[in-house]
Write a protein that binds this ligand. Sequence first.
Ligand code: 5AD
Ligand code: SF4
Length: 470
Amino acid sequence: MAQPVIVADQLSEKQSEYMQLIAEIMEIRKRGEKPLAYIRTYGCQQNVADSEKIKGMLVKSGFDFVDAPDDADFILFNTCAVREHAEDRVFGNVGALKNLKRKHPQILIALCGCMMEQEHIAKRIYNSFPFVGLVFGTHSLHHFPELMYNSLVNGKRIFERGNDDNKLYEGIPVRRDGVFKGWLPIMYGCNNFCTYCIVPYVRGRERSREKGVILSEAREMIHSGYKDITLLGQNVNSYGKTLSEPVSFASLLSEIDSIEGDYWLRFMTSHPKDCSRELIDTIALGTHISKHLHLPFQSGSDRILKLMNRHYDRKKYMETIEYAKKQIDGVSLTSDIIVGFPGETYEDFKETLSLIREVAFTSLFTFIYSPRVGTPAASMDDPISAEEKGEWFRELLAVQEEIAAKRCSSMVGSTERVLVEEVKEKTGELNARTSGNIIVELTGDKSLTGTFQNVKITQARNWILKGEII
Ligand code: 5AD
Ligand code: SF4
């Protein structure tokens, strides 16, 4: 694929003017009071990172943020299309805004993200939710200020879906949600077309950000105190392929790792078909890189993996896992699994169970297959009932619970470095996380939030550990 055209300063100049104009309009409307925005994000970290850009643009347009829609002047849902359940939640929550709009007709209600790139969804929103004033997809994020300005000025409904895969937009301001935990997108889109997945249709083809831009953003995050940085992409292992000077993901990771500071570096998601030995060696040798590999296998059955278009088989997956276990001391392995892919039999499902037992994952993200309009799997024969899939799913959870509990109890007595993340409101205890992504509950002062601590693991409760600060 041709290298995408990088659109940077020029774009942000034009959009900056719109942000300024929005600020002026809102100042008049609110008679000098700060305008308020309510942003709700569904789905994956990529969406969280997109919302942080939208928030960045809103800050520049004079907005503050609120935690509930009631007092907001601008309401935006950043939506997810990966499973039907996420879409249903969006429809339900948008429907609930009808009364609010009736009470306060001046508020602007907007929807964006993956769902909005699908024509049938945009049509449904257009017809069923007339109080939604602005709709735009993932490809239109870069000119959100212009779209918002036009909505505010014209009062007409704006619906925009783009498909411009040939461009990559830099220079968009970011307002990060966290102060010590942050996301750093390194690429957008996906070229893999797994047969169940809507992502390639709604996020377009793979585009990698320039290495220099990523490095300077990483430096800036580390210098401003971020302790836990996650590099994001749908398939980080194919990072750099579209650049004029191709770079491997492993070498990018290793360059970021060489930035001085006290921080952890994570990444997601890796595709098993391109998880190289070079990458595993880089993790093993890294100073800041978490000893954690999230490697979604989706199914343990070769027959199903073929139908899913995953381009690896169980044997190849296990070879990668064995190599990671050998090279990375105490590696923590996590994965995504789909239960009930069209045509999956109980025999296939048992292969998934046996793979889970063989690997002994720290934790799993498990999903029941959800047909997505326009994907090849949606038109495959799917004879297994929802009830039966539900039973398989529960069986899977029970097996994983047993494995995770065993792994966690094997850690009792060990010393772990953790990052303290939050105070639990109910108990006042601290929640911390190991580099392998395991939660550890601690007692301690809330001032420790955002710091690394060495803890002794004293107890294991299912997949949660308890520890004491040393
Ligand atoms: N149904 C169920 N799960 C899905 N995923 C992606 N598409 C679907 C679908 N149609 C899961 C995969 C992927 C994770 C992010 O979401 O496991 O790795
Ligand atoms: Fe979807 Fe497969 Fe791309 Fe992941 S790699 S986003 S599952 S198509």
